[in-house]
Design a protein around this ligand. Sequence first.
Ligand code: AVJ
Length: 321
Amino acid sequence: MKTTPKTMFSSAFAEDTYKGLTSFPKYLLSQYIYDEKGDKLFQQIMNMPEYYLTSCEFNILKSNAEEIAGSIGNKDGFDLIELGAGDGKKTKILLQEFVDKQFNFDYLPIDISQSVLQELEASLNREIPQVNVRAQQGTYFKTLEKLSDYSSRNKAILVLGSNIGNLSHEKAVDFLANIAKAMNEDDKLFMGFDQKKHPQKILDAYNDPAGITEAFNKNLLVRINSELEGNFDLDKFLHWETYNPETGTARSFLVSKEDQKVTIKKIGLEVIFKAWESIHTEISQKYDDSIVNWLADEAGLKVETSFGDEMKCYKNYIFKI
Ligand code: AVJ
């Protein structure tokens, strides 16, 4: 068996790329899509008409802001912790509601991207200057481990955008259990879950004709080229989306259009692709109440309430321990 010493790799990205492209079938991790260019492409995705998730969740928050703020906020003061904060467009609805209610709270947005956090902080200072922002750069898992260092009072934890959908059920349970571990009795978790729906609507959301999602997916190859000295020819791969209505899993692939060889100098790798061979890049899981209840149960959480939209596209759930 071939073993590769850890020291050979200059970064986690290098190591994970090596692992993924020497596996069968080949894969790459979607978390690496999000560099500065990937962040921008995701912003564009959120503004596409086909990507219904953003407007569905926005409408749910708008229509139920008072009730949500009332049940996740705490009159005695609390920290609002958001994992994967992004541009904060949806969160601002709740922030404004907390300000209007004159709740005493700090907002702790957490994101892997420092530039996203800086922009968010600047826009909040302009739009809702009453909010006390304490941004934290980091991954979900690392930050959750250290949460008690940042926050010593009641907590409302926010995970919007169906971000949990990038995780397999097994990893999602781990993630939820880690959150549960950081929660005390009066704390609340508020999370968005994209729902199972007409399969065509899901495929359209992840396969726009303008090619924004394709560029987003291919940003993995762009990063390998620029950061690991790869020579992927982007035109020799196509973006392919599948949705399995039985499992509720949407999967993204990059498919090689021909026999080809790609060299990635920094990790000393030559990758052979047969024509029509795939690289799996992302899952976007869709849910229903029974899946969410099962995940919560496995993780030691209870569903308190949920808020859906009229079209039954999307749902936000409040959990407690
Ligand atoms: C940020 C994980 C919620 O899966 O819907 C959007 C990322 N991928 N279009 C999703 C994504 C392709 C998105 N999440």
